[in-house]
Design a protein around this ligand. Sequence first.
Ligand SMILES: [Zn+2]
Length: 475
Amino acid sequence: MVPFGTNRLFRLQFGGMRRLGLAIAGVALLTAGCGGNTTPEGQPESTEPGGVALVGGQLIDGTGGAPVADSVVIVRDGRIESAGPRETTPIPDGVETVDLAGKTLMPGLVNLHVHYREGGEEIQRQFDAQLHYGVTTARSIGSDTPERVAFLLESAGRTNAPRTFTAGLGFSRPGGFNAAGRNAPETQEEARQLVRDQLALGVHFIKMWVNEVAEPDRKITPEIRSAIIDEAIANGAIPVAHIDEEADGRQLIGAGLTDFLHSTVLTFGPGSGAPMDDPDPSAEFIQMCLESGAYFTPTLSIIQGNWHFAENPGLLDDPDLQAAFGTYNPDALAGWQDEERRASVVSADNFEDRKAAFRQAQDFVRTMHEAGVKVAMGNDAGTPNVPFGWGMHHEMELYVEAGLSPMEAIIAATNLGASQMPPVGEADFGTLEAGKVADLIVLNANPLADITNTLDIDRVMRLGEWVDRSALTAN
Ligand SMILES: [Zn+2]
């Protein structure tokens, strides 16, 4: 495992909780000092103290095993006590039984790429949107001030918030992409000190943007990248890089980084939005990824979001999607509701080129997945056109369109991401198996028949308690 433990909060949250097996006690400790609200008004009744038996649904457990048509899942004390076929999974005396005939259970979604916006009140609404749509874990990756880091660490064990991981404030080069208000070291020594400053806050990841965008020659240098990676790993944190070129991917893997955001298809900056002549990852790079265990979180939504609602304005009639936009960017919603704006997007000269470039990004997902490289899921939720919650379902749809099966897309959106979170390989969430945390989604329709059925949600469970899904639209 990756050694953690330089931070007291982190130990409480991820070490102590697991060692002691006192998930709920740990939660109370963490929320005590921040006005955390474990039983907000309007939250439906908790599951019975004696536990709950979810009976008769199709079980997709996220391990990749065959779905179980007629299942029983027993939830007690926030965790899954047992899960399997009805014949072999007895229902203990005294548990409340919930009939899920005709429904499907799947793990809560793990979004590896989000950017929360504003302060605690606004973020709680973004949490509400995530939980409404069954996103029960999120990694906030590069935009979090020290205050927000503290808030996310304190929220991570609440039943009305997803489990959050954070990278604090990311790294760029002075004058480079996203450098403003973030870390932009001039020297290796400064880079190492700034990494230590982030880690002292209790962050789990160290994020860097390795691209040029509008400023040529403003890409973070290989020497600084290496110093950041080295310092992060030496202190038990996981370095993560935003890239869009294979050459950078190679250099970073050589320096010890294995966690990549976006892809090697040019997504940002000059030249992006036009199809590349040679978009396919090379055999050599695929081999490097396989040998190093590197994995990708390609964020298809942030590319396609530039026009998707212009082409499909009917989606915007959904009040839940409107509310999800409203939690962070009502202006973006208003923009897409403007017919003239939509017309200008779809009639732009480069529209077909943009779509062709997007298909190259989808091809990257399929190619890497088929080669055996880990392709997890995250969508850049919180950027203007990627709504919290809803966006993860759309990202799954885009993976299926890219060529993954619905089952493979679900695994990418759950288990695969969970398995990469610290402590790596020891996740107690992301699958529906005995001993795991009870974070799950109940669907009214079968997602294996049509991946868009993941949006037909009956209810969501977080830490063994039913989520108040009305919280999203109550505001
Ligand atoms: Zn991002």
